[in-house]
Ligand binder design. Structure first.
Ligand SMILES: CC(C)(COP(=O)(O)OP(=O)(O)OC[C@H]1O[C@@H](n2cnc3c(N)ncnc32)[C@H](O)[C@@H]1OP(=O)(O)O)[C@@H](O)C(=O)NCCC(=O)NCCS
Length: 296
């Protein structure tokens, strides 16, 4: 049955509504895909919720043309947020209110955000496993690479000593942009300025290899890139060492080419599962690289 709604550019005052909408969309997806009882609603710590809002405001500031919402008489019913860095288009957020999905709202939102990327040579999406999302991305010309996740509590007695890693700062942004370009043909640019204020940053800068990792509030990587596997492995261990023994740690969106990270997870006795896809257009899965879900 047809229903009335319209698309419009997202505004700053939409951010709290978009936050609720995406939380509902993903909780509903968890309910549909979870086997064995109801999943827990995804609880975000105050720090993580603050980071989510900060990221959204940053994208609205730098990529207003990529941020779209759908609205009907009841309020916001959908969102798509995309960014462009160098010549790469990246999808940061995409959800339609449960109950209104599968009726074409998502297609219109994705088309609007893809228009923003016209002229881009490459595209990246950290995709959920929702068949509706996967159908949309395939029809938009993305190749869907199945990904894995590693979760669990880090056993402190298994952590190796890591020596070459140091704490980083905004003075490392040039270094990080050059690692990005080497690994995925596209710098994070302005995103590093934001991420360096939100996450602890660790860096390796040696003639034998360079790289960086942002560390999640509870430990584990938010984003990691390096020029070789040895450097990436050391950075990953450093992010795991930052986890607390009581909080589970997660490494998500692992593409199969990043076996070095699977190996670290197995040594650390984390649980390996399949989870979602890395959607790519015009590029191969980057290596060694653990993408951020929002800035990839
Ligand atoms: C992904 C999402 C944003 C798409 O929005 P939407 O409004 O549902 O999308 P559309 O209705 O435009 O397109 C869905 C497509 O899947 C099809 N579809 C519907 N139910 C389906 C099912 N169970 N399995 C496979 N395809 C299905 C629809 O027919 C449509 O294809 P068509 O246009 O070729 O007919 C929305 O479903 C959602 O919020 N999902 C949960 C959150 C999520 O996973 N977000 C993606 C993050 S990467």
């Amino acid at each position: 049955m047809a229903f009335d709604y319209f698309l419009r550019p997202m505004r700053g005052e939409d951010v709290p509504g978009v936050e609720r909408l995406t939380a509902e969309g993903f909780y509903d997806l968890d309910l549909r895909t979870h086997s064995g009882g109801s999943p827990e609603p995804r609880m975000r710590s105050e720090v993580k919720a603050g980071n989510w809002r900060g990221r959204m405001q940053h994208l609205l500031h730098h990529d207003p043309g990529g941020c779209w919402v759908a609205e009907d008489g009841t309020g916001l019913i959908g969102v798509a947020v995309a960014l462009k860095r160098d010549l790469t288009w990246i999808l940061a957020s995409y959800a339609v209110r449960p109950g209104l999905q599968g009726r074409g709202v998502g297609k219109q939102l994705l088309d609007a955000s893809l228009d923003y990327g016209s002229g881009c040579l490459r595209g990246m999406i950290a995709s959920s496993s929702d068949p509706k999302a996967v159908r949309r991305y395939l029809l938009a010309g993305f190749t869907m690479h199945p990904t894995m996740s590693l979760t669990g509590h880090i056993r402190r007695d298994l952590l190796p000593v890591v020596e070459r890693v140091r704490d980083g700062s905004t003075s490392d942004i040039d270094l990080m942009n050059s690692v990005d370009r080497r690994v995925r043909d596209c710098a994070h640019g302005a995103d590093h300025e934001l991420l360096a204020t939100m996450y602890r940053l660790v860096v390796v800068d040696r003639s034998t290899g360079s790289g960086y990792a942002y560390i999640e509030a509870g430990g584990g990587p938010y984003l990691l890139a390096a020029t070789n596997r040895r450097t990436a492995t050391e950075l990953l261990w450093e992010t795991l060492a930052a986890s607390s023994p009581d909080e589970p740690c997660e490494i998500g969106h692992l593409s199969p080419v990043n076996e070095w990270a699977v190996h670290v997870g197995i040594v650390a006795r984390l649980d390996l599962r399949t989870s979602g896809y890395l959607g790519l257009r015009g590029m191969k899965p980057p290596l060694p690289y653990l993408p951020s879900p929002h800035f990839l």
